[in-house]
Design a protein around this ligand. Sequence first.
Ligand code: CO
Ligand code: ZN
Length: 330
Amino acid sequence: MNDENLIEMIGSIAQAFGPSGNEQNVREAIEPMLSGYVDEIRVDPLGNLIAVKKGAGLKIMLAVHMDEIGILITYIDEKGFLRFGTVGGVSPHFALGARVVFENGTIGTVWYEEKMDSMKDLKTDRMFIDIGAGSREEAGAMVHVGDMAVFCGDTVETNGKLISKAMDDRVGCAVLVALARTLTETENEIHYVFTVQEEVGLRGARTAAWGIMPDMALAVDVTSVGDLPESHHMAVSLGKGPTIKIKDSSIICHPDVVERLRARAEEAGITVQYEVLTAGGTDAGSIHLTAGGIPTGAVSIPTRFVHSPSEMISLSDVKSAVKLLAAFIR
Ligand code: CO
Ligand code: ZN
């Protein structure tokens, strides 16, 4: 897959509307990209998309999440402004001034109660969305309580980096699609799992792992970086290779999986980084606790500005991640 095709694929998956629990558009974007490259494709009862490449060896599950963070309407006031709650980790500071879009195409601006003394008091319950409605009736003709919206944020390229909403974890989805489409020979049975509801508690991955009962699993997701001005100390930089996760708040990665990743990266000459994420989890967190326990690890794509409308990744990290996974599942 050349760079142009890869960028286009990442963009088309990233732009799909898919807050947690409403991943159907993402599923519909991904499914046709896989057909012809795997032996079986199915959707499980919770909505996880599972594609299988049959094999006689180890059963390996690779998980990426389809859902993105978002907001949902809790109340529409008499002037037509929307009050909202969050779906996953939406920071009020990142949401301020952002545009959000509903599934039906309605777009609004997120703003705040300007009488607030200090921006430290900014909380989502003191914010609202303006969709241009002049009354509760007008707003009610456009959206309803319970409707979800996601950040707007085009997918654009700048100097080998891509900026987009929902890189978390649509870049992971693109990595798995690229892997499935270029898979070199393996004896192993590969289960590509595109999960639902990661952002609200690693939910889809749990039932998918129960259904598959793999011998080994990997989650592929984004991780934050420590290479920004005055950022916290973290030994991960953008563009210096995919990371082998050691730990996050949901898992201590299984030593056999970490070692397999390290050894295969070394053999294949792939530069990697080691990730210790102090806050945040991944699907690996729920997979490894499934049934009697599943040896699980994770590979991450270094990402700047995670959970903002402008998440940034490096194309070189994406390409290396595909190579690393190919080496891992051999
Ligand atoms: Co996330
Ligand atoms: Zn994620």
